[in-house]
Design a protein around this ligand. Sequence first.
Ligand SMILES: Nc1ncnc2c1ncn2[C@@H]1O[C@H](COP(=O)(O)OP(=O)(O)OP(=O)(O)O)[C@@H](O)[C@H]1O
Ligand SMILES: [Mg+2]
Length: 273
Amino acid sequence: MFKIKNLTYQYDKKRKALDNINMDFDSGEIIGIIGSNGSGKSTLFNNLMGILKPTSGEILYKCNKLKYDKKSLYNLRKEVGIVFQDPEKQIFYSMVYDDLAFALRNIGTDEKTIKEKINKALNAVNGEDFIDRPVHSLSFGQKKRVAIASVIAMENKIILLDEPTAGLDPESTRAIVNIIKSMNKKRIKIVITSHDMNLIYGICDYVYVLNQGKILSEGSTEDVFVNYEVINEAGLELPWLVKVNKKMSLPLFRKEEDLYNYWSKNFHGNLKK
Ligand SMILES: Nc1ncnc2c1ncn2[C@@H]1O[C@H](COP(=O)(O)OP(=O)(O)OP(=O)(O)O)[C@@H](O)[C@H]1O
Ligand SMILES: [Mg+2]
C-alpha cells in the first residue's frame, strides 16, 4: 500500500505544511491520523491522491513512486478513494444519482450494476431518500453521507476519510462507524482523520499524531493515547476511556461495554438496561 518517505510539502516558501513525514500504511488496518487544525492532515491526503505534488520526498503506492500523468492518476484513483473534509469538493453533478453514477460510468460499469451499487451504498448511509434529490437541496450532513456513499459504491481497495463524521448527528455517526467496520472486514484499508478522539480510539489499530506538519508520535492506539504529554502537546484530548484509566486507576478498556462488564463483575452485579 502507501509508503511515505521524507515527505515535505510547502504551499509557499515561508512554511512547511508537511515537514519530513514518514509513514507506512501497512502498520495497521484502520489507521488514524490525528492533529489539531492546520497540522497537515488534509494536505497529506491531497498528496496521497496526487492532487498536490510533494515539494520533496516521495510517496510510494504498491512500491511504485506516484506518477502524475492522467492515466497513472486514473489508475490510482480506481483503487484509492477519498472522502474530502468538505463535501462540496466531492460533488460534481446536480442530482445525487448522477453524481454517484459518474465515477462508476467512468470505469465502464453497466447501468444495471450502477443502479444496484448506488442503492446499496445509499442504504448503508441511511440515505435511500436522497436518490432523486438535487444535491444543492441537501443539508451539510446529508451531502457528507452522499460523499461517503460514493466511495462505498466504488469499492476501492483503500479509502481515505478526512473528518468523515464532522457535522453528522449521532445516528449517522454510528452508521459511518458501522460502515468503516464492515469495509475493514472486507479487507479494505481505511485511513481516517478526525478530531473525535473517542472515534479514533474506538476503531483504529494504529495512530499517527501530527503537529505543525511533523509526526509527533506513532504506534498502536493504546500506546499513543496513554502518552498524555504527547496528546496534550498536539493540542488534543484524551479519549474518555483513557481518562477513566488515568483518573480512576481502572484498567485501560477499549470499549464502553468492557468497562461496564468489569464494573458489573467486580462491584455491582447486574447492569441497568
Ligand atoms: N491552499 C493553501 N494555501 C496556503 N496554505 C494552505 C493551503 N491549504 C492549507 N494551508 C496551510 O497548510 C497547513 C496545513 O493545513 P491542512 O488543511 O492540511 O490542515 P488540517 O490538519 O487538515 O487542518 P483541519 O483540522 O483544520 O482540517 C495550515 O497551516 C494551512 O493554513
Ligand atoms: Mg483538514
